[in-house]
Design a protein around this ligand. Structure first.
Ligand SMILES: Nc1nc2c(c(=O)[nH]1)N[C@H]1C(S)=C(S)[C@@H](COP(=O)(O)OP(=O)(O)OC[C@H]3O[C@@H](n4cnc5c(=O)[nH]c(N)nc54)[C@H](O)[C@@H]3O)O[C@H]1N2
Ligand SMILES: Nc1nc2c(c(=O)[nH]1)N[C@H]1C(S)=C(S)[C@@H](COP(=O)(O)OP(=O)(O)OC[C@H]3O[C@@H](n4cnc5c(=O)[nH]c(N)nc54)[C@H](O)[C@@H]3O)O[C@H]1N2
Ligand code: SF4
Ligand SMILES: [Mo]
Length: 731
């Protein structure tokens, strides 16, 4: 690996002295904020001594979230995985108690590890066909290179199955594209100008903290904050109004808002005419009786008056000198069976009122579409043609991992069973839905599993080979963001610990071994960054490697409208209010998720809607193994939050042990009775299996069912039943 690089600009900064230097890195966790991070490094020892938010970054504004403020606990954790290891002969695959994992494996050299993995992949490809190899990755890092570059080249060239990365955002991302054609939205800084802010399925304090200062600024100027979330998040508790909607009913709420907007003349006729298609069809649909606030109230659990008020406040925003309406739509609502339709409906609201015309107005889900990185150059999909397959490989949906490992394929070489699973950037055993099936698949003795990781996790417990991965302090990358509009470079601040290696290095080495002499596997971080930036796209007019190296972050060059404002959708284009860009229902039609109180399975044995939520102090499953982070999360880890009415009906009081189950699985948690959830809804946090009571986590209960649009995971459409298993010690 190259030696760490001291950024010229930052090494001159006042933080630097003869003994320390400051390096510009970027937090590469899967978070909308993509913070600029200044890393202080002791130049004598080479050790990082401090991380802080970059004060010069207009969205980071000098602070990091609580979890990454303690990032050095992760980098220098005594539990870091530092050497390649191979499962010892005779040790069965399966859960290992935390701290004992290393005993199941023996250390090997990188040379042996690469040789072994290359040979196994070659053997599998030869015997069963290359599609028997399945890469499985998500967002351990969202750096352009670490997330998807050399890894894709490698698997394309091999002819491995392709992975459809749907576990997080594909329903919402696809729905947004159906309406707008692109993933763009309101800049976070512009929220400071808004007069009304709706946080819709958006846990801002937990997941998107750098938006909060802009919301506070708007509120100081009189803006109102409304939170639409079944769960009483900290953001909800701090809002002017919290609408505790029933899960999976947001599409209907949005239609009811449209009903009022059209009925009461809050639609912007000129904007609709100039910028959209299908407004008349949508108007007729929205005005149907089933979309009246009264009818929507019965389903959503939000009073008709509250819906009327919300719609009117939304319609009046931006008029008569009031600030515009900004919706922070986040991914919460699209983790439902009907989540694509829900996002599609919500995304239409600012088109109806023309909220995009003013700074501060509009909607933010993701702005990832604003970064024109040259992904084709990085990933080289054309290599699939050069593979033994000579065609595009089959596609496996990552949200169906359990089925892919237990049911998919046959003896035929053109549709083989999965024989080798290569996991990187992902804690698959913990985060994938229907984990009982996933684990059944991972236990298969005829499955060869490689895991590239920073730590021993629930997933490494099933690995044949584990390979040590670098943290974002230990490798270089280039970054976009999905929650702001600055491109950044993340410098390598320290030498990798032990024998940890980056994703780029690993797949480059494997590529060179398996396909000797093929140049595309010789590129490393420096070359790949140059390739990532090879584009004529005007948004990158100012984004050059040279500037990124010196400045750390560079603003995108966004187009300006005739007033000279760079607002994403203020000028005429082709937004679809009816019709969409694919074969969708012409207008959004709300259908209850089958696993919800109004759905086809709602009246059955499992009456409670379950929210298997993210932890505010972890990043999905990342950080859950670190004592300092667990301490921060202690008030919610391992708990089942229940409404008093549901608890009373089951004789449960706070502190009781409860069993939570459905057809797919069963877990044990400790009850906390209170008003953080509405009646009929229970909530718990995602955590490692091995750190949970009974060794099973919330995903034992979730299903592989996919969303209506985008083939996404439906974590938040899950029904369960709860019973007391153990009284609290106080009883
Ligand atoms: N601290 C922390 N930060 C994170 C993460 C983390 O695990 N921890 N994960 C990162 C990742 S991968 C992502 S994708 C982002 C996601 O960030 P968000 O998009 O905020 O995603 P969620 O936390 O899944 O859901 C947001 C809120 O939606 C609510 N919700 C659930 N169902 C419904 C519903 O039917 N309707 C409505 N209106 N609301 C609903 C949930 O209660 C939750 O409070 O956060 C990132 N940031
Ligand atoms: N019940 C439930 N399940 C969920 C969710 C939920 O809200 N509830 N959220 C879903 C969502 S939105 C998402 S995005 C997924 C997230 O699923 P994952 O992407 O698997 O996220 P993490 O749990 O953070 O695990 C990432 C792993 O990558 C490793 N890693 C980090 N950097 C690198 C690197 O550079 N190289 C390699 N090789 N490894 C690295 C980390 O050590 C970590 O173990 O989970 C999904 N699962
Ligand atoms: S996790 Fe998000 S908020 Fe925290 S430092 Fe990283 S980018 Fe910033
Ligand atoms: Mo995610």
């Amino acid at each position: 690996m190259p030696e760490p690089h001291a950024n010229k600009e930052f090494s001159k900064s006042e933080n630097s002295s003869a003994e320390t230097k400051t390096v510009h890195a970027v937090c590469t966790h899967d978070c909308p904020d993509s913070c600029g991070v200044l890393v202080t490094v002791d130049t004598l020892t080479g050790r990082a001594t401090k991380v802080q938010g970059d004060p010069a970054h207009p969205v980071t504004r000098g602070f990091l979230c609580g979890k990454v403020a303690r990032y050095l606990d992760r980098v220098y954790s005594p539990e870091r995985l530092l050497y390649p290891m191979r499962r010892k002969a005779g040790v069965p695959k399966g859960p290992l108690p935390k701290g004992s994992e290393a005993e199941a494996f023996e250390r090997i050299s990188w040379g042996e590890a690469l040789e072994f993995v290359a040979r196994k992949l070659n053997d599998m490809a030869a015997e069963f066909g290359p599609e028997s190899v399945l890469p499985y990755s998500y967002a351990g890092t969202i750096g352009q290179l670490g997330y998807g570059s050399m890894d894709r080249r490698f698997f394309h060239r091999l002819g491995a199955s392709q992975l459809d990365r749907t576990i997080c955002a594909s329903a919402g991302g696809e729905a947004l594209k159906q309406v707008y054609g692109v993933r763009l939205g309101t800049a976070p800084q512009d929220f400071a100008q808004a007069g009304l802010i709706i946080a819709w399925g958006a846990n801002i304090h937990g997941n998107n903290i750098h938006l909060w200062p802009f919301i506070e600024e708007a509120r100081r100027k009189g803006a109102r904050l409304v939170v639409i979330d079944p769960y009483r998040t900290r953001t909800a508790a701090l809002a002017d109004e919290h609408l505790a909607i029933r899960p999976g009913t947001d599409g209907l709420l949005a239609l009811a808002m449209m009903h009022v907007l059209f009925r009461d003349g809050y639609d912007d006729a000129e904007y609709l005419r100039e910028c959209t298609e299908g407004a008349e069809v949508l108007r007729a649909h929205a005005l149907r009786e089933e979309h009246s606030p009264k009818r929507a109230a019965e389903v959503t659990g939000i009073a008709a008056e509250a819906i009327e008020r919300l719609a009117k406040t939304y319609g009046q925003a931006g008029r008569d000198g009031r600030g515009a309406a900004a919706i922070r739509l986040n991914y919460g609502i699209q983790r439902s069976e009907n989540g694509g339709t829900a996002v599609r409906a919500v995304a239409m609201l600012p088109l109806i009122t023309g909220a995009w015309k003013q700074r501060g107005g509009g909607l933010l889900l993701s702005v990832s579409g604003a970064f024109p990185f040259n992904e084709t150059k990085l990933r080289m999909p054309e290599l699939m043609q050069a593979s033994p397959l000579g065609r595009a490989a089959r596609v496996v949906n990552m949200s169906e991992l359990g089925s892919a490992l237990t049911e998919l394929g046959s003896k035929a070489k053109d549709n083989p069973k999965v024989r080798a699973l290569f996991v990187y950037n992902c804690n698959a055993a913990t985060v994938a839905p229907d984990s009982e099936r996933v684990l059944e698949g991972l236990r298969r003795e005829d499955l060869f599993t490689v895991v590239h990781e920073q730590f021993f996790t629930d997933t490494t417990d099933y690995a044949d080979v584990v390979l040590p991965a670098t943290t974002f302090l230990e490798h270089k990358d280039v970054m976009g963001a999905y929650g702001h509009l600055f491109a950044q470079i993340s410098q390598q601040a320290i030498v990798p610990l032990g024998e940890a290696r980056s994703n780029v290095w690993l797949f480059g080495e494997l590529g060179q071994r398996m396909f000797p002499g093929e140049e595309e596997f010789e590129d490393r971080e420096e070359e790949l960054i140059v390739q990532a930036l090879e584009t004529e796209h005007p948004f990158f007019a100012e984004v050059t490697k040279e500037r990124l190296e010196v400045e750390g972050h560079v603003a995108l060059t966004l187009p300006k409208d005739k007033r000279g404002e760079s607002l994403p959708f203020s000028t005429p284009t082709w937004f679809k209010l009816a019709g969409g860009r694919a074969k969708l229902a012409p207008v959004p039609v709300w259908v209850a998720p089958s696993e919800s109180r109004n759905g086809s399975e709602g009246a059955g044995k499992f009456p409670l809607e379950f929210l298997p939520r993210k932890a505010d102090n972890f990043m999905n499953s990342t950080f859950a193994n670190l004592p300092g982070h667990r301490l921060m999360e202690r008030k919610t880890a391992g708990l089942l939050e229940m409404h008093p009415s549901d608890a009373a009906a089951r004789g449960v009081t706070s502190g009781d042990g409860v069993s939570v189950w459905n057809r797919r699985g069963r877990i044990t948690l400790t009850a906390r009775v209170g008003e953080t959830v509405p009646p009929g809804v229970v909530a718990a946090r995602l955590d490692w299996q091995k750190l949970s009571q009974d060794g099973a986590n919330v995903n034992a209960l979730t299903s592989e069912r996919l969303t209506d649009i985008g083939g996404g995971a439906t974590f938040y459409s899950t029904l369960v039943e709860v019973a007391k298993v153990r009284a609290t010690a106080a009883d």
